[in-house]
Design a protein around this ligand. Structure first.
Ligand code: G1P
Length: 312
């Protein structure tokens, strides 16, 4: 297992929970037989970026909360003996490493959610594995650009303030209904706020702010007792936001304001943007792809999408 260097000497958080039991209906039919978390972003499945992000922040234990039809996720983070042997026999060390890397990122565990009763329920399923320690939750639809250090910053805030920490991003008013939304007060520290309330996917006129919860949380284990008694909320699901609202009312939730690069791979248009942006940034693909993209866009602007030359 690769131990990535932790950002600070003795992180009190070691475990990450990655809920991955959703049905992926927004991407049908691609997700009919393939979990949405396995859709490729350039040449890695979306969920691998999330596990890499956890590992880069020093979290070396990752629990995937999966559902039915998610075997591909388990296989991806396991060894692929025959494939590895075939690549080793050919001396293809680059591809061999690419195949081995996912299993080396962290100790990966899997648990099944059983009934898809909501994000809060998925987190509750992690209770036995997590125990009485703070832990991180990373939602697979939110892809944070690998160059950002959001999670490390959240872990640092948890170390200093205790309680729970959510990642907040300012969104346009017409988008707040897509997110958990936070009422906030200044904390006295730049980029950090005290969260005084949370509401899941409010109507624009009911939103307490434009601060949306994006899918990164560092949670105090106190959240489990709250989740146990959290009744189904919006959409008939047990909402993590509702449990966090109770903790926020008790004054134990902080928010880290994030204004960096974050992509929503659960949305088709944003998924396409993610692939293009990350492909442009890749040293091996970027230069040629960017050159093609410029020609393609110039062709679109001229009203002739077929004008672009095929890539060399
Ligand atoms: C979930 C959470 C929501 C949060 C969002 C971030 O919603 O319930 O509070 O803002 O993730 O992506 P979902 O997008 O799964 O419906």
């Amino acid at each position: 297992m690769i131990r990535m260097s932790a950002p600070h000497s003795a992180p009190s958080v070691r475990k990450a929970v990655v809920p991955a039991a959703g049905l992926g209906t927004r991407f049908l039919p691609a997700t009919k037989a393939t979990p949405k978390e396995m859709l490729p972003v350039v040449d890695k499945p979306a969920i691998q970026y999330v596990v890499e992000e956890a590992a880069a922040a020093g979290l070396d234990d990752v629990l995937m909360v999966t559902g039915r039809h998610k075997r591909a996720i388990e296989d991806h983070f396991d060894h692929a003996f025959e494939l590895e042997q075939a690549l080793a026999a050919k001396g293809d060390t680059v591809r061999l490493d690419a195949v081995r890397d996912p299993a080396r990122l962290a100790d990966i565990h899997h648990i099944r959610q059983g009934d898809p009763l909501g994000l809060g329920h998925a987190v509750l399923c992690a209770r036995n594995h997590v125990g009485d320690q703070p832990f991180a939750v990373l939602l697979g639809d939110d892809l944070i650009d690998p160059r950002e250090t959001l999670l490390s910053r959240m872990l640092e805030i948890r170390d200093r303030y205790a309680g729970s920490v959510v990642a907040l991003m300012e969104v346009p008013p017409e988008q707040v209904h897509l997110y958990g939304c936070a009422a906030v007060e200044p904390s006295g520290e730049d980029g950090v706020v005290r969260v005084t309330g949370l509401v899941e996917k409010p109507a624009r006129e009911d939103a307490p702010s434009r601060y949306a919860v994006i899918g990164r949380y560092v949670l105090d284990p106190a959240v489990f007792d709250v989740l146990e008694r959290t009744a189904p909320g919006r959409g008939g699901e047990i909402q993590l936001t509702d449990a966090l609202q109770e903790l926020a009312a008790g004054g134990t939730v902080h928010g880290v304001i994030f204004s960096g690069r974050r992509y929503d791979t659960g949305d088709k248009a944003d998924y396409l943007r993610t692939v293009v942006r990350l492909a442009c940034d890749r040293p091996d693909l970027g230069p040629e792809f960017v050159a093609w993209l410029k020609e393609f866009v110039a062709g679109l602007e001229d009203g002739d999408a077929d004008r672009e030359r095929p890539a060399a």
